[in-house]
Design a protein around this ligand. Structure first.
Ligand code: ADP
Length: 162
């Protein structure tokens, strides 16, 4: 069985992430989206909320599941029985970090490979942090998120501002 994991923060999941998920899931039997439970990053949504939004946003893809995880990506990949780690590349700025991570992971787990999907041009600028920044200042985030994720993001920001 071909299994891949797609790890990330997904705080929250954007249309750019969904595009990578759609393309990666077409290549494998199962794609496991792993939500990194990293308190150090002080996320807007907790891991369970992020997992829930990914499940809703990928409900049309029958071979995609979303789960939270802690610790090293390679341990998560091994536990999941995955042969591949999926990552997305938006710009040259992503490249240096991603290359270093992929090479480190390759040393730690030679049996697991990293596969990169280059972003769809229309999502090249898109990141969860930009979306949160735009939303925080009342900008329109319709073209970045699914309607459900958009509503949850606006509600969460409102709750935080109180
Ligand atoms: P992290 O916090 O680990 O960077 P993210 O949740 O932001 O994780 O992203 C997870 C992965 O998805 C990363 O490999 C990132 O480069 C990729 N990604 C994020 N946004 C996009 C996008 N708009 N197009 C393609 N890949 C993306």
């Amino acid at each position: 069985m071909k299994i891949a994991v797609y790890p990330g923060s997904f705080d929250p999941i954007t249309l750019g992430h969904i595009n990578v998920i759609e393309r990666a899931s077409a290549m494998v039997d199962q794609l496991i989206v792993g939500v990194l439970n990293n308190q150090a990053k002080s996320p807007l949504f907790n891991a369970e909320e992020r997992v829930e939004m990914i499940r809703e946003a990928t409900a049309h893809l029958t071979n995609v599941v979303a789960v939270p995880f802690d610790g090293l990506t390679i341990d998560f990949a091994r536990r999941s029985g995955a042969q591949w780690i999926i990552r997305g590349l938006r710009a040259v700025t992503d490249f240096e970090y991603e290359l270093q991570m992929a090479q480190t992971n390759r040393v730690l787990a030679p049996e697991i490979d990293t596969i990169f999907f280059t972003t769809e041009l229309k999502y090249a600028y898109l990141s969860s942090s930009t979306v949160k920044e735009v939303a925080r200042f009342g900008g329109d985030i319709d073209s970045f998120l699914t309607p459900v994720v958009k509503e949850r993001t606006l509600a969460k920001l409102k709750e935080r501002q109180k």
